[in-house]
Design a protein around this ligand. Sequence first.
Ligand code: ADP
Ligand code: MG
Length: 248
Amino acid sequence: MSEHVIDIRQLSIKFGDHLALDKIKVQIESGDFVAIVGPNGAGKSTLFKVLLGLLQPTEGQVRIFDEPAYRAPAQWIGYVPQMKTLDRSFPAQAVELVLTGLNRRWPWRKEKSEYKKAIEALEQVSAEHLATRPVGRLSGGELQRVCLARSIVRQPKIVLLDEPATGIDAIGEADMYRLLEAYQKQSSATILMITHDWHAATHHADNVLLLNRKKISYGPPSVSLAEDNLRLAFGHIGHKHELKFLMK
Ligand code: ADP
Ligand code: MG
C-alpha cells in the first residue's frame, strides 16, 4: 500500500512519434499544494489527462490512492479546466455549470438534493449570489469561482487546476488562492495547480514539479526553482525575474 496520494511511476506518454512525457517519477504527499511549472508543450496538461483517467500511459503507471488512475472513481478528483477551453456562450446559469460537476452530463432535470449540493458548493466559495446568473455574464474572476465550486461539489480529496489565474485580475487571483487554501484545509485535500507564474508557485506551493517532457526537479519551491533547474526547463535565462515574461 502506497502512503502517497498520487504515485507517478516512470510515466511516459507518446502521441505518435512525439514523446510528450518521458519517464516521469513523482510521489505526492497527502495535503500538499503542488505547483506544476514548465514551458508551453512541456506535457503539463497531458499529465492531468492521465491523472483524470482520460489518457492511458504508454509506459509506466499512475496510481491514485493506490488505484490505477483510470480506475479511480470520478468523485476522488475535482478539476478546473483551462478557462480558454470553456464555451461561455452556452446559455446556462452558474448553478447549472456547477451541477455538471456532479453528473458529467447536462442537468436537464435537476434533482432537489443535487441542486442543494450545487448551492452549498457555491456558498463554499462565497458565490451563492451568482447561482442564477447566466454563465456568459460572469466576469473572469466570477467564472473562476463558479468553476472552483464545480470542482469541489463532490468534496474531492484531490483538486487539479490548469492555469487557473489566466484571464482574471490580481484581486480575483488572490481570492482564488484564499478559497482554494480554505478548501484544502477544511477537506485535507491535495491540490495540483499548473501555472505559468513562478511567483505564485513560490508563495503557495509546498512543492514544485518543474517539467519539460522530463522531470527537471521536484521539491520545495526554493530548491525546485533554483536557477540551474529553470535554465534546464526553459533554456537560457539571464535572471529569474525574466521567467514570467518568458513564459507568457
Ligand atoms: P502543456 O500543457 O505543458 O503546454 P500539453 O500537455 O498540452 O503541454 O502538450 C504536450 C505536447 O503534446 C505538445 O507538443 C502537444 O502538441 C502534444 N499533444 C498534446 N495532446 C496531444 C494529442 N491529443 N495528440 C497529439 N499531440 C498532443
Ligand atoms: Mg496546458
